[in-house]
Design a protein around this ligand. Structure first.
Ligand SMILES: Nc1nc2c(ncn2[C@@H]2O[C@H](COP(=O)(O)OP(=O)(O)O)[C@@H](O)[C@H]2O)c(=O)[nH]1
Ligand SMILES: [Mg+2]
Length: 158
């Protein structure tokens, strides 16, 4: 089966991180075991994943929670924002900056930016585009954690 892959979801409160985790957990045939609040294990496509859902609302709280996480290297970090709210995109820069101030710059094999609530962006015709490179990320993926089929959301896994 290979080594477990770890994925951390980072972003301010309300952007849809927990919704995304719960949709991904729905993929698993084996019931997901929660080891401690915010850490979920799923099996998908013959691989074991550990998903870390960071609690908190504001950028400083998220940065603090990530910095104090016992695991520090992740196979993938998903920087999640709400496509319809520019403040949630700006917050990602603040989180990434604060992590470096804590001398804990984000350490992940790959960083992806995830623009969530695509359904709302389409409905309102409002969408703030992230520049992934400026966040140290490889790519930007736009999703609807609420409405996209789970197998499509699974493309976010390493
Ligand atoms: N319309 C829409 N709402 C979403 C989507 N994803 C999450 N939400 C809603 O946004 C709110 C916050 O979601 P939550 O997962 O708790 O955000 P978190 O604080 O980042 O964990 C909830 O009311 C969700 O139902 C989405 O893709 N589309
Ligand atoms: Mg949450």
């Amino acid at each position: 089966m290979g080594r477990k892959k770890s994925v951390i979801l980072i972003g301010v409160g309300g952007v849809g991180k927990t919704t995304l985790v719960w949709r991904l957990i729905g993929l698993s045939l084996t019931p997901a075991a929660t080891r401690r609040p915010g850490v979920y294990r799923i099996y998908y496509d013959g691989k074991l994943y550990e998903l870390v859902d960071v609690p908190g609302q504001a950028a400083f709280e998220i940065a603090q929670a990530v910095a104090s996480s016992p695991t520090f290297f992740f196979d993938r970090a998903l920087l999640v924002y709400d496509l319809t709210r520019e403040d949630t995109l700006h917050a990602l820069y603040e989180i990434v900056d604060r992590l470096c101030l804590f001398k804990k710059c984000l350490s992940a094999a790959e960083v992806w930016v995830v623009g969530n609530k695509r359904d709302l962006a389409e409905r309102y015709g409002v969408e703030y585009d992230a520049d992934p490179a400026s966040l140290g990320a490889r790519r930007l993926e736009k999703i609807s954690a609420l409405y996209d089929p789970a197998y499509e959301l699974a493309r976010l896994l390493p």
